[in-house]
Unconditional design. Sequence first.
Length: 159
Amino acid sequence: MPMATHDGTSRKIIHIDCDCFYASVEMRDDPSLGDRPVAVGGRPESRGVIATCNYPARSFGVRSAMAFSQALQRCPQLVLLPPRFEAYRAASKQIRAIYADYTDLIEPLSLDEAYLDVSNSPLHQGSASRIAIDIRDRIRAEVGITASVGIAANKFIAF
């Protein structure tokens, strides 16, 4: 994505990343998980690794790509869940539909992360900040998970 529009004005790039995506979907779908430390990944009996974990798990030092055995040493009460990719794809589809309401210039990075070019958007009087807040609020309301946003003139600093 170029740094300036055709008329020379600065680009407005929004970077959106859902927080702890797989774990957030699991917690949304199973409210009994509450504030418990949760991790999603492969099978624990087969030397699996953590794909993602929620913030309570991170407070114990659990991280993505960590072996289950190490994660359980750091956090014995960790709830280990197998991935449910159909649920994650469904949530991703909802999120992408929200993005499409704001721009057709979408560069997906993964199921839960994308860059949106809103440089020429007439929405919210062209305010990228207001558009980003609106998108974040809609993801929370419609998908039931949270997202972080960053805004900049190019995608390399829009974090």
